[in-house]
Write a protein that binds this ligand. Structure first.
Ligand code: P6P
Length: 337
């Protein structure tokens, strides 16, 4: 059988270790454990319909959302893997109100902190729509040997040392950056390895896709309404009207737009006056990836990565994607305050 030249995630991380400042193997071990957790979660996601892990877990998470069993399981899986890496001294998770730290000496010596949405879009699990894990990694600012503190997690996104997502879709992919480009790995279930499939992803400067929940149109800021109307106008010179594509799962919507070109928009709405998406573990990692692939990410007036977080679960209006589309949106928002 014709094989293909395989470069696994682990081989790639080790090869690229030199790209990473203070390359001491610590980060390599941390990313390796992220890959392990992703494989375990993938196994559960793929069987979700067959075993009793669909539906509500009966709890309500910090966001006031029904905590689905797969959410809880994915959260536990990543926490276990990160703890056993011994490189992570603390975790901020969408599923936990407070930061997660441990009392043992080894993890207190960890150099990195981890922010994650362990299973984003989980309301789509029961209807078999793609879902994802989103993560963001920082070097701690508190002294090694002590417990991680809240300040370690309230660093601006421009301090991220790595960010990525796992999209559990028609295939399962892990996409990440350490600040030297964006790389995609597709899980080959026959060998249980994430294999390099997308070397140095660059997102088109222009796209023909806009992704937004237009059900909230009447509450959108005026500039966003004007931009949506612009997307719908016919103009052959600028390839309009654009196509509306919205899955309702951030990772799936962003991943498609990253590869094809497009813009994802989640403005403030009546129901979510500060926006719905969370800065620490949804917007910052996606923004880092967008910029590393040549795109942009903004809250409508400010670069997402420059926003100083005030709280763990803070929400923010979020626009990310092709650079020229973001520029056009910001122009409409400036001219229609
Ligand atoms: P709406 C999923 O719940 C999520 O957090 C993101 O994955 C997704 O982009 C957004 O919410 C969808 O929100 O209000 O359009 O259903």
């Amino acid at each position: 059988m014709q094989g293909y030249s395989i470069k696994t995630l682990t081989q790639f991380i080790i090869e690229r270790q030199a790209d990473f400042p203070y390359a001491t193997g610590e980060f390599t071990r941390l990313l390796y454990h992220v890959g392990i957790a992703a494989k375990f979660v993938n196994k559960k996601v793929n069987k979700a319909g067959l075993v009793d892990i669909l539906g509500e877990a009966g709890n309500i998470n910090v966001q006031g959302e029904d905590q689905k069993k797969l959410d809880v399981l994915a959260n536990w899986q990543f926490i276990q893997a990160l703890k056993s890496s011994r490189e992570c001294c603390g975790i901020a998770s969408e599923e936990n109100q407070e930061i997660i730290t441990w009392d043992d000496e080894l993890t207190r010596d960890g150099n990195y902190i981890f922010c994650m949405d362990p299973l984003d879009g989980s309301s789509n699990i029961d209807v078999n729509v793609s879902i994802g894990t989103i993560f963001s990694i920082y070097r701690r600012i508190s002294p090694r040997g002590e417990k991680a503190t809240l300040d370690d997690f309230l660093q601006p996104g421009n301090k991220q040392v790595a960010a990525g997502y796992v999209v559990y879709g028609s295939s399962t992919m892990l996409v990440y950056t350490t600040g030297s480009g964006v790389f995609g790995f597709t899980l080959d279930p026959s060998i249980g390895e994430f294999c390099l499939s997308h070397y140095s992803i660059n997102t088109p400067q222009d796209g023909k896709i806009y992704s937004i929940n237009e059900g909230n149109y009447s509450n959108f800021p005026e500039g966003v309404k004007k931009y949506i109307d612009y997307c719908k106008e016919a103009d052959s010179k600028t390839n309009r009207p654009f196509s509306a594509r919205y899955i309702g799962s951030l990772v799936a919507d962003f991943h498609r737009n990253l590869l094809k070109g497009g813009i994802f928009l989640y403005p403030a709405t009546a129901k979510a006056p500060k926006g719905k998406l969370r800065l620490l573990y949804e917007c910052n990692p996606i923004a880092f990836l967008a910029e590393q692939a040549g795109g942009k990410a903004t809250n409508g007036s400010q670069r997402i990565l420059d926003v100083k977080p005030e709280s763990l679960h803070q929400r923010i209006p979020f626009y990310a994607g092709s650079s020229n589309m973001i520029d056009k949106l910001e122009e409409f928002m400036r001219n229609n305050p």
